[in-house]
Design a protein. Structure first.
Length: 213
């Protein structure tokens, strides 16, 4: 069976669009998908670019917004981008939060593993961020996503902060770094990296080349 490591962050519109296209493209194809949501350690900043040791200039950021809108329209993906002002307002809260950015939603996802509803929660978290415009670093938003996925909110949040889940999150972060992932979304299959929403077709070609004919 073909195994794919899938790295994302819930607050990335590129990851949201990419994972939506990925789920569509791989539907019905016999693969094992290891979803590995990651977080951004506080000492490294709040942006994906910070995590990778770089910076995103405003010009590039504005282009990414335009590009995401075009992709969403082209592929019929519901997308509502938040304003730069709202992002900056949230960023102030993220800096003072005791948690790493994206840590709470990632922990919730790992806590849901084995329930059979982890995929529903994964989708709910992305929709909360990019359809409803909510901040998935906020506990109340996480609670809503958990409940709407048919999971027990208290159980998931209690489990989310156990040592087992901490180890899962740390393991995914270590694998992300070891694989030298250049950003999100990145998929890794047999050591080969596919980065970005525009590489889903190439990933599918790779999968088909491995599967027995």
């Amino acid at each position: 069976m073909v195994e794919i490591d899938s790295y994302t962050i819930y607050h990335s519109p590129n990851a949201y669009i990419g994972i939506t296209l990925f789920n569509r493209a791989l539907s019905g194809i016999p693969v094992i998908i290891q979803r590995r949501p990651i977080c951004i350690p506080k000492e490294q900043g709040i942006m994906v670019a910070d995590l990778l040791g770089s910076k995103e200039p405003p010009v590039k950021g504005s282009y990414h917004r335009e590009d995401c809108i075009r992709w969403a329209e082209k592929f019929g993906i519901e997308l509502h981008l938040i304003t730069r002002e709202l992002f900056q307002e949230r960023a102030k809260r993220w800096i003072t939060s005791p948690l790493n950015r994206e840590e709470l939603p990632a922990r919730a996802y790992y806590a849901a593993l084995g329930s059979g509803k982890e995929s529903l929660l994964d989708q709910a978290l992305f929709r909360a961020a990019w359809v409803d415009g909510l901040d998935v670093n906020e506990e109340e938003v996480i609670k809503h996503c958990i409940s709407s996925s048919g999971l027990d909110c208290e159980h998931i949040l209690n489990r989310a902060f156990t040592m087992e889940i901490t180890q899962m999150l740390t393991h995914s972060m270590n694998l992300f770094t070891k694989a030298a992932c250049p950003g999100v979304p990145t998929w890794v299959i047999e050591g080969e990296r596919f980065w970005g929403k525009d590489r889903v077709d190439w990933l599918v070609e790779k999968v088909r080349s491995i599967l027995p004919s």
